[in-house]
Design a protein around this ligand. Structure first.
Ligand code: TYD
Ligand code: MG
Length: 456
């Protein structure tokens, strides 16, 4: 029987007789995807016209009480999802292979089942026995969870519709799911999109929460159609450096909460352990009195986070010196080195610069500028920075040090962890922070260099 499929260009909408790498009409590459044609008679043929839809106000008399979120009991996970998973919502977790997505979700399912919440784990990548084996390794073999191996999205959608008692379903992974009605192989753009749509529809009608595991491409984006990220309610990235044990769960999109939160975990022999006070962990291996290291008092979401920044400036044998950055934005480093050289006379050109954020953490805040500048200055002058100090502040192109937000939280965390001094931008208005820290304000980088003892 001929399949009801057509090939559409996603750029111009033209219909092609068969799949091709390049659209004949608009010339776009890789834009043709297979689409299922609805078996219903076309709109033109059906005599029925549309019907009027009803509107309802935001507040109604019988509006439901606030939806109760599914709290997983893993507080770092709950933090990233904005206080638990909303019933009927769909989450997508992306991450490099072997980073620990399956491990995290199996632990999550077990935690939920301990709280008597019905959850099932459907895998298309491993056999049920392999999942059991992993469960044993994690020491959770007694948990009452349902495990199944399935890849047919229609079967799973039907299961979701017929089992309203299930509160959460894990699909590991969405790239292995397929709809039998489509010709293309699992993992292709059209299959991923169609399978996800089928599953999401079933989940929304029966108010079951869904978590998809998503593979990532070489550049770190979630494999498959971009539209997948639009279809789901929440996108999380599980990231970390393979050579470190730390794993960071980062919110990218969340329809039910803030997206700038992170959850920190450590991969151990007994699975992932959550780290509720990451600053202590990121500073654990820190030794004082080394030139080129500075502690940055940052904020990730609603939580202060102290991390160590290491810089090494060395003479370069190369015509174009190296700029190696791990955990920070390399264009930001280029800007900062230009400001330090042009405005403050710090000799950096013709030298290699290596910058590293300890612990495999990635910093995105511009407030880290001052800490990076401090590490660079210290490396060039080979003088260690004042001991037990933290740094934060944004550096402008004029070398002015700009204010950053949540100063009090940053300082409190530094005080809590035993730091004695903080270097920060000059505040616009005086506030009494009532802290035992010694505060050193600077208006621009030249003043800051003078405070540190100048360049010599
Ligand atoms: P996994 O969850 O299979 O990764 P993903 O699903 O993201 O591909 O994690 C696999 C890695 O985690 C593997 O390299 C081994 C490591 N691991 C541990 O270190 N301890 C454990 O208890 C488990 C289960 C895995
Ligand atoms: Mg996996």
């Amino acid at each position: 029987m001929a399949k009801n499929t057509q090939y559409h260009c996603q750029q111009c909408g033209s219909v092609a007789p068969k799949w091709a790498g390049r659209c004949e009409s608009c010339g776009a590459w890789n834009s043709i995807v297979e689409e299922q044609i609805s078996s219903r008679p076309s709109l033109a043929k059906s005599a029925k016209s549309g019907r009027k839809i009803d509107f309802s106000p935001l507040e109604t008399e019988n509006s439901k009480p606030a939806m109760k979120r599914l709290k997983c009991g893993i507080s770092e996970f709950d933090r990233v999802t904005g206080g638990g998973i909303v019933p009927g919502s769909v989450l997508l977790i992306g991450g490099d292979p072997g980073i620990g997505k399956s491990t995290l979700l199996l632990q999550l399912v077990c935690k939920l089942s301990e709280n008597n919440q019905q959850t099932v784990y459907i895998t298309g990548e491993e056999s049920a026995d392999q999942v059991r084996l992993r469960g044993q390794r994690l020491g959770i073999k007694d948990a009452k969870i349902g495990i199944a191996t399935a890849t047919n999205a229609s079967d799973i959608a039907e299961t979701i519709r017929r089992s309203p008692e299930i509160e959460l379903i894990i699909i590991d992974s969405i790239q292995t799911m397929y709809l039998p009605a489509l010709d293309s192989a699992p993992g292709t753009v059209s299959q991923v999109r169609a399978a996800a749509q089928e599953l999401i529809q079933a989940a929304k009608t029966s108010n079951t929460a869904l978590i998809f595991v998503g593979h990532v491409t070489k550049d770190g984006a979630i494999a498959g159609p971009r539209v997948l990220e639009h279809m789901v309610d929440c996108v999380l990235h599980f990231e970390g450096d393979r050579s470190h044990h730390f794993r960071i769960l980062r919110g990218i999109k969340n329809r039910f909460g803030a997206t700038d939160e992170i959850g920190v975990f450590e991969m151990t022999a007994a699975g992932l352990q959550q780290i509720t006070n990451p600053s202590e962990l990121f500073l654990a291996e820190r030794k004082n009195e080394v030139a080129g290291t500075a502690v940055f008092a940052g904020i990730e979401g609603s939580r202060p986070l102290l991390v160590e920044i290491e810089a090494l400036v060395a003479p370069s044998p190369l015509a174009s010196p190296r700029r190696n950055v791990v955990g920070w934005d390399s264009s930001r480093l280029a800007m900062l080195t230009a400001v330090l050289e042009a405005r403050c006379g710090l000799p950096l050109s013709g030298r290699d610069i290596f910058l590293n954020v300890a612990g495999g953490m990635k910093i995105q805040e511009p407030a880290a500028d001052l800490a990076v500048a401090a590490a660079l200055i210290s490396s060039v002058t080979t003088r260690p920075l004042p001991s037990r100090s933290v740094f934060f502040g944004e550096v402008a192109l004029s070398a002015e040090i700009r204010q950053v937000s949540q100063i009090e939280q940053r300082l409190k965390e530094a005080e809590k962890l035993g730091f004695e001094k903080a270097f920060l931008p000059k505040p616009r208005k005086k506030t009494n922070l009532n802290l035992s820290l010694d505060l050193s304000y600077s208006e621009n980088l030249s003043d800051f260099i003078d405070i540190l003892g100048g360049i010599s």
